[in-house]
Design a protein around this ligand. Structure first.
Ligand SMILES: [Zn+2]
Length: 296
């Protein structure tokens, strides 16, 4: 069975997430259920049919919450297995072996998440810290590789501020993972077009998935980068998302909301000379191709 419905896809989001305790900031807890349903309904009206929810274990993953949002909005929400990064890793990541962690992921992919019959359909987001892959992060990457090989699942990564992407890529190549089955995340924060080119030339999928986070990197620059990649014929590896993780990002709190990608960012791309075919490639064709394979 296809993992994605026909229609547009946001490749890296969190329907609910709770990083509030570690970050000591209540804004980092997405428990605004009704507002999420409203914003996802707005996305549906804009043609979005799939959201890849990369909320891993340790990030406040909540399968029932996500299923309820999916049921109420008609959006297919792909749910995740895996572990995030330091300091958000569950205690058992420290205690269990790589093989045991891999089997935990495989079980969630084959049988279901947290004892439900909702199967995980993506491994992620698994991450590295700023400029370093911590030992426990390496352990998670080793486990993810085993689980991906056993199941055929796509791996979606987190890079901190876009750093260490080439090291992640080298790790996957060394471990025999097909780059076409990996999405390297947050590369729009890297400010490094050469790095993005290298990842694409290696065959990796690259996510511009923090659209609207202008305080980290201006959207106008994202548009300029994407135009350059269009000119070089490299957009067939690029996917888009917003990675909203804070209540203050929602419209009801005065934030940009998810539909910003359509109402503000896509018009900016058109102004820069990015074609409709290129836009479709990034939000439709590429996700459909990446998730087009079977899970075993
Ligand atoms: Zn992330």
């Amino acid at each position: 069975m296809a993992l994605l419905k026909e229609g547009l896809t946001l490749i890296h989001e969190h329907t609910t997430i709770d990083l509030s305790k570690v970050k000591n900031n209540p804004d980092c807890f997405l428990d605004c259920f009704d507002e999420t349903v409203q914003e996802y309904r707005d996305l549906y009206d804009l043609g979005v049919r799939n959201i890849v929810d990369v909320t891993a274990m340790g990030m406040g993953r909540n399968v029932d919450y996500v299923n309820s949002v999916a049921d109420l909005t008609g959006i297919n929400i792909v749910q995740a297995t895996g572990f995030y990064k330091e300091p958000f890793l569950p205690a058992f990541v420290y205690e269990q072996s790589i093989e045991e962690l891999a089997q935990h992921m495989v079980n969630e992919i084959r049988n279901g998440i947290d004892g439900t019959d909702t199967k995980a359909q993506v491994i992620g987001e698994i991450g590295t810290s700023v400029d370093v892959m911590e030992p426990m992060e390496r352990k998670v990457f080793e486990a993810a590789v085993l689980a991906a090989k056993e199941t055929g699942a796509i791996i979606s990564t987190h890079t901190s501020l876009g750093t260490l992407a080439l090291e992640q890529a080298a790790f996957f190549v060394e471990h025999g993972i097909d780059p076409r089955k990996v999405i390297i995340g947050h590369q729009d924060l890297s400010g490094n077009l050469d790095q993005i080119r290298t990842l694409i030339d290696m065959g990796f999928n690259v996510a511009f998935d923090t659209i609207g986070k202008n305080n980290y990197f201006p959207d106008r620059e994202r548009a300029v980068y994407l135009k350059q990649l269009q000119d070089e014929g490299k957009l067939d590896h690029i996917t888009l998302a917003l990675d909203i993780t804070r209540k203050s990002n929602f419209k009801y709190q005065g934030g940009i909301g998810y539909s910003y990608l359509f109402t503000d960012f896509l018009p900016m791309l058109r102004e820069e000379g990015i074609t409709e075919a290129s836009i479709q490639m990034m939000i439709n064709d590429n996700p459909q191709r990446i998730f087009g394979g079977e899970i075993r």
